[in-house]
Write a protein that binds this ligand. Structure first.
Ligand code: KMH
Ligand code: ZN
Length: 286
């Protein structure tokens, strides 16, 4: 079995604080304004996160891919934290493909790149080959490091095609994230995760995993035990334990960091994360 992260002694903890699916009206503690996102990012960095996966909301708390909002968020987070700033190119299921490509204009450190179309609850999350391919090549040209999001085993196969066709990403590292438990994608089980890990192409240098909803704890434990890294956050899960809703993203990051430390794989610093992922230095004055 290929376990490319097995030699890494620490754990990359990604926080996905907001997402595009939860409504602020249903979950007022969801960080949606720029101030809330910056406050969340600061506290999550202090708790052990080294990468933030961002979806941006507009003044009405609706998901937006507006360049002004995206650029403001990237700049504010670079100013306030040392986190690797990753913008979602997945957006919401309603965002047109052409607009999703414009996310790179905001010059993030990293961008998500989902390796195939998947059923997404009652909706379809569209990622045809042409879109994946264009996004990948544009990310290479702009020196933005993609994180390959794998919702299904077929996405692992498509990742291999992308690498065979276009070569390595900027920075030379290949980091993937298994997003398990989406209704329509691979289930949030150890067996499914290990099947995905076993299929990873040899170019992959690190992998992480997240479980949506109640799958988050089993997948976190499975990933840690198999040498993988972790993603947590309210995008993926808003229940801390049965009957207790998450009040702040740092609760999820703290628990992930504690479990990682218990497993003798403590949270990576932001500098270690930058090296692991091959991130270009964009922080002013560095
Ligand atoms: N909101 C989902 C439709 C990504 O960020 O790249 C897509 C998503 C993946 O969350
Ligand atoms: Zn996302």
């Amino acid at each position: 079995m290929t376990t490319p992260s097995a030699g890494v002694t620490g754990t990359l903890i990604t926080v996905a604080p907001t997402g595009a699916e939860h409504a602020k009206a249903d979950l007022p503690q969801l960080p949606t304004t720029l101030d809330e996102v910056v406050e969340t990012a600061r506290r999550c960095e202090a708790a052990g996160a080294s990468l933030v996966h961002l979806h941006i909301r507009d003044a009405e708390h609706r998901p937006t891919l507006d360049g002004g909002y995206l650029r403001a968020a990237v700049e504010a987070l670079r100013e306030a934290t040392d986190l690797v700033v990753q913008l979602s190119t997945g957006g919401s299921v309603h965002d047109p493909l052409e607009q999703r490509l414009t996310v790179l204009d905001a010059e993030p450190d990293s961008c998500s790149l989902t390796c195939g179309t998947t059923n997404f609850g009652d909706d379809v999350f569209l990622n045809p080959w042409g879109f994946m391919s264009d996004l990948y090549v544009q990310a290479q040209e702009r020196e933005v490091v993609p994180e390959f999001e794998l919702f299904d085993l077929g996405h692992v196969h498509a990742l291999a095609r992308l690498l065979d066709t276009h070569g390595l990403p900027y920075g030379g590292k290949v980091h993937v994230d298994f997003v398990t438990g989406v209704p329509g994608g691979m289930p949030a089980t150890t067996a499914a995760l290990m099947a995905g890990v076993a299929m990873l192409p040899a170019e992959v240098t690190s992998w992480s995993a997240t479980g949506i909803g109640r799958g988050h704890l089993p997948v976190m434990a499975a990933a840690l035990s198999a040498g993988g890294h972790l993603r947590v956050g309210m995008e993926d899960n808003v229940v801390y334990r049965r009957g207790q809703v998450v009040q702040h993203n740092d609760e999820l990051v703290s628990r992930a960091a504690e479990l990682a430390a218990t497993m003798q794989r403590p949270a990576l610093s932001t500098d270690e994360a930058r090296t692991l992922l091959g991130i270009k230095e964009r922080r002013p004055g560095r």
